[in-house]
Design a binder for this molecule. Structure first.
Ligand SMILES: Cc1cc2nc3c(=O)[nH]c(=O)nc-3n(C[C@H](O)[C@H](O)[C@H](O)COP(=O)(O)OP(=O)(O)OC[C@H]3O[C@@H](n4cnc5c(N)ncnc54)[C@H](O)[C@@H]3O)c2cc1C
Length: 346
């Protein structure tokens, strides 16, 4: 996780360490490529880490229910099998292809550059940051937070969650067993969150305040209370140790159009090999669009395998598109050009 040197090179650069990019990194290592994985965030996992690390995911093949953070841990361990370079806090701001050599040069926000023979863009919905609380300025790290990591960090606290979506209700439900009190404040009459979550929260003692907004945060070194205002204008002050902003995320799409990439609805247009319109630049996961596209992790994993194997052939046309079976890996046949055929009964 070292910073990128002022200029470095690799066979394949993967941009975005969400589920898709992590799996692409595994596949690139499996194919014997030198790979560099870059992400603007400071930790891997993309939307899973940012939005639902503790929620159980039920539609990843082979895992009936896997918490988001566990899935990301597994993807990182799998990606690390072939010792890729992974650099976080590395935002890619430009991509240029040299027409003569075909080399791709990616520029990072800190001014460093990466030369690669191919790239997989797995940038998902773009850069992610939480929508901040209008009155939260100056309180971050002193009681205002925008995610809930380990709920037991809030044992015996008075927690006020601001927001009406799934994250707000999920976090409230996780905090309720350990916190002294949990209050969800939503400025509209109806929650956007799943009705079952709202019903569970009501049942287990989470206080739900609708038509209500956060007016002010009071405290000294840390948050002590919040002032709330009802729709009719009446105000109340509640004790609060932690205020969790759950107002959703602001996404910052990469400037793909300026890089010369073809887009539809701000997504990258790809063909069946996950190639974009720039030779050597492939894409996978939520960043891509094609007729019938379903933006789910299961789909992104398949696209990552397709993108990386096609990138491998782009890098070395002598290589087979089929990577060989991973079950053969210990026998050193990861670059198989002639997979063992299955016998077919006549
Ligand atoms: C609340 C919620 C619940 C969900 N539940 C499910 C579910 O149950 N099952 C399911 O299959 N899917 C689910 N999804 C969707 C799933 O999370 C996405 O399909 C998945 O995260 C897409 O993975 P990705 O790697 O393509 O993109 P992302 O997860 O969006 O990751 C993209 C990464 O790229 C990085 N990045 C972007 N631009 C740059 C740049 N210029 N330079 C460097 N890094 C960059 C970002 O920082 C980010 O880390 C859910 C989504 C949400 C919001």
């Amino acid at each position: 996780m070292n910073p990128v040197a002022a200029r470095t090179s690799c066979d394949l650069v993967v941009v975005g360490a969400g589920p898709t990019g992590l799996f692409a990194t595994y596949y690139a290592g499996f194919r014997g490529l030198s790979v560099l994985l870059l992400d603007a965030q400071h930790e891997p996992g993309g939307q899973v880490t940012a939005l639902y690390p503790t929620k159980a995911i039920h539609d990843v093949a082979g895992f009936p229910a896997v918490p988001g953070a566990d899935l990301v841990r597994g993807l990182v361990a799998q990606a690390e099998a072939h010792e890729p370079r992974m650099v976080f806090g590395a935002q890619v701001v430009d991509l240029v292809r040299d027409e003569r050599s075909g080399t791709l040069t990616l520029s990072l926000a800190d001014g460093s550059q990466v030369d690669a023979r191919a790239a997989v863009l797995s940038t998902g919905v773009g850069g992610l940051r939480p929508r901040t609380l209008p009155v939260g300025h100056g309180w971050h790290g002193r009681g205002v937070a925008y995610t809930v990591g380990d709920p037991t960090d809030h044992t015996d606290e008075d927690v006020v969650v601001i927001g009406g979506g799934d994250s707000a209700l999920d976090w409230a439900l996780q905090l309720q067993p350990v916190a002294r009190s949990v209050t969800v404040v939503h400025r509209r009459r109806a929650f956007r969150a799943h009705a079952a979550s709202v019903a569970r929260a009501e049942k287990c003692g989470v206080r739900l305040l609708t038509d209500c907004e956060l007016l002010a945060i009071h405290g000294d070194d840390s948050v002590r209370s919040v002032v709330l205002r009802d729709r009719d204008g009446s105000e109340q002050e509640l004790p609060a140790t932690t205020v969790v902003g759950a107002l959703g995320l602001v996404t910052a799409p990469s400037p793909f159009a300026a890089w010369g990439l073809e887009l539809v609805d701000r997504k990258l247009v790809v063909d069946q090999s996950m190639a974009t319109n720039i030779p050597g630049v492939f894409a996978a996961g939520d960043a891509t669009s094609y007729p019938g596209k379903v933006p789910l992790m299961a789909v992104g994993f398949g696209e990552a395998a397709t993108a990386v194997n096609n990138a491998a052939v782009h890098i070395d046309p002598e290589l087979s598109l089929f990577p060989g079976h991973s079950t053969d890996e210990e026998q050193g046949t990861t670059m198989a050009s002639d997979p063992t055929p299955l016998a077919v009964e006549a």
